[in-house]
Design a protein around this ligand. Structure first.
Ligand SMILES: C[S@@+](CC[C@H](N)C(=O)[O-])C[C@H]1O[C@@H](n2cnc3c(N)ncnc32)[C@H](O)[C@@H]1O
Ligand code: SF4
Ligand code: SF4
Length: 467
């Protein structure tokens, strides 16, 4: 049996379709058929996915978890582990209300108190019919639309209206087709040439979803939002306000990713986050200072720093994480990435760009293994020098205690190293990257060489090490 918390107890809104987790690539339910959680949770396709996992088969759409596990890297399926008492536990590195230390024991007690044992997820799931009772819905990821003020180099028009704008006047040429530059061809995250689904929920539809959640899913514990860019979208604040009325709001952990680089109302957002047990904003930074505005086209490092500072002045209870989604671009200056991240004094996460393959971080090892390992050593030294400076904070409003663990930062770097050493990059994909770099610079009207210090592009469009 392949046990998966998400398959049994989660709903995930994607691009005009709905599945159970962000990694799942099969389109289980179409938004045009229904967008209401109570009609989605036990849809035939959800039950079939659960059946396969229960029978120890990998469903086709679970391919990223399958390939991660093949190379011994923790997959998303391992986010939550089933504890002895039958509750699922996730080490979120931060305590829920009333606890200073986030331990398995605390979590077990927390579950007993907030969801009676007969409603534990594992008991809500029926291994015969593969249905999960409504009391088992624990996790939901909502997505309203692809409206976004950025056009980041690893993203695509499926997630970003900014990308749509960039490609407006670009007619895919032979070279883009030959090298299958999926982002430029508009085929990234698309299942076939007829797949042009888009998530586009109106404010009213979004509020109907919340009404359904508030009325029918009493033990919801995790609410996550995906983008586009939430802080730039009109649905977000009304939805947040209504979710504050959920019967379990005071036990809900609410989280979302953001580029944190738009012009948003810090005070209003903070007020709407107060009813929840905990809230986390994961700021996707994905670059060091020196190449931030190149990679994350649409914003500046200075604006990012300003928004973080202002937010912290008003809000000492929302956890601000920062994350680096790591592609070959970040590997070109990994030291700058970690140095810039450390300066923001927040918990650091990492994730890996596995798709498109021409942005895979391991591609750097094909021609620059020695140089990359040196960069990593230098970065390790930098992180270690911060070990003796833990940062503790206690929220005046909620009493939550927050801290930044520098030891964990080193572990995050090692996760990248483990991935790049395990994955087998191909020269074909490296060449695709070089062409993608050239074409995207042309479309974005930018110049790689103005932003990177260790590497430059020469007159033959080759990457060369200069420092
Ligand atoms: C699509 S964005 C939406 C939320 C918000 N706009 C942001 O940037 O955080 C969510 C996350 O996906 C990441 N992302 C973008 N392109 C990706 C790719 N090709 N592979 C993996 N993650 C990617 C971003 O770095 C970000 O952390
Ligand atoms: S196994 Fe992985 S891809 Fe499949 S449902 Fe679980 S978390 Fe999602
Ligand atoms: S900010 Fe987020 S959604 Fe927008 S382009 Fe960047 S990664 Fe994509």
């Amino acid at each position: 049996m392949k046990r998966c918390f998400y398959a049994m107890g989660a709903i995930n809104y994607k691009n005009g379709t709905v599945s159970c987790c962000p990694r799942q690539s099969d389109q289980l339910v179409f938004q045009n058929d229904t967008f209401l959680p109570s009609e989605i949770f036990n849809h035939e396709n959800f039950k079939e996915l659960r059946r396969k996992l229960h029978n120890d088969e990998w469903p086709k759409g679970c391919d990223t978890c399958e390939s991660m596990e093949e190379v011994g890297v923790a997959s998303m399926r391992n986010d939550f582990t089933l504890e002895k008492n039958g509750s699922f536990y996730k080490d979120q590195g931060k305590p829920p209300k009333g606890a200073n230390i986030y331990t398995v024991q605390f979590y077990e007690e927390f579950h007993k108190e907030h969801s009676p044992e007969e409603h534990f997820l594992i008991k809500c799931y029926d291994p015969e019919t593969h249905e999960t009772r409504n009391e088992g819905l624990r996790h939901i990821e909502l997505r309203f639309s692809n409206a976004c003020n950025f056009a980041c180099k690893h993203c695509s028009k499926v997630f970003s209206s900014g990308w749509k704008g960039k490609l407006q006047n670009f007619i895919p040429d032979e070279e883009s087709k030959l090298y299958d530059l999926k982002q430029l061809l508009g085929t990234e995250h698309r299942h076939n040439k007829d797949d042009d689904y888009e998530m586009a929920l109106t404010v009213e539809q979004s509020l109907q979803i919340v009404d359904d959640l508030n009325a029918n899913f009493p033990y919801l514990e995790h609410i996550n939002f995906a983008g586009g860019e939430l802080l730039y979208q009109k649905q977000f604040l009304p939805v947040l306000k209504k979710l504050g009325d959920h019967p379990n709001a005071s036990n809900i952990h609410l989280s979302f990713h953001s580029n944190f680089n738009s012009d948003f109302d810090v005070v209003k957002l903070s007020e709407l986050l107060l009813p929840f047990s905990t809230s986390t904003i994961t700021i996707s930074i994905d670059a060091g200072r020196t190449f931030y505005s190149y990679f994350r086209s649409g914003g500046t490092w200075e604006q990012l720093e300003k928004n973080i500072k202002k937010f912290r002045e008003y809000n000492d209870y929302t956890w601000l994480d920062i994350t680096c989604t790591t592609s070959i671009y970040q590997m070109l200056d990994i030291y700058d990435v970690f140095e810039s991240f450390i300066s923001l004094e927040a918990s650091i996460n990492i994730s890996i760009v596995q798709s498109p393959k021409y942005l895979d971080p391991s591609l750097i090892l094909l021609d620059f293994e020695k140089e990359t390992m040196k960069d990593i050593e230098k970065t390790e030294e930098l992180i270690k020098s911060y070990f003796d400076k833990p940062i503790d904070r206690v929220s005046e409003k909620t009493g939550h205690m927050y801290w930044v663990k520098h030891e964990q930062t080193l572990e995050k770097l090692h996760r990248i190293v483990k991935y790049i050493k395990s994955f087998k990059p191909k020269y074909h994909d490296y060449n695709r990257f070089l062409i993608y770099r050239k074409k995207s610079d042309m479309i974005w009207n930018e110049n790689f060489n103005d932003h990177f210090q260790n590497y430059q592009i020469d007159e033959h469009n080759e990457l060369i090490r200069v420092k």
